[in-house]
Design a protein around this ligand. Sequence first.
Ligand SMILES: [Zn+2]
Length: 139
Amino acid sequence: MGVADNGGTFSADRPRSRRSFLFIAGALAAGLIGIAADRVFARADGSAEKTVEVTDGDGNVHRFPLAVDGRHSITSSLGTNTIAIENGFVRMESADCPNHDCIDQAPLCDASGAIICIPHRLIVRVISTEEGRSDSAFA
Ligand SMILES: [Zn+2]
């Protein structure tokens, strides 16, 4: 009868739709694993452990994670500097110092250099938390 046929069709269809569901779920899971792997590699690379350290003209130290994009203004009694953190680099975006030499300096992504604003006696550096750890281990 019609009802029996429908039932048969329904039960025959079931495994097929279940397979496609599993396929989609598997594809989603693979995508999630890929994203998780990216994060693990970013950490292993050390980029997530780097910190931007700004020492201003008053001797205050400001720290920002290099992995988090953003803009930060640092004001001391000598003036204001604004740094921009983007894609793992930090650069001097603006400053109210007279010559703006600090804005022309190359962006930093590691501890190999520094951005210095001489009129404001401000220093921007990138420090690695991992290096700090090994240093304290040796001390
Ligand atoms: Zn400057």
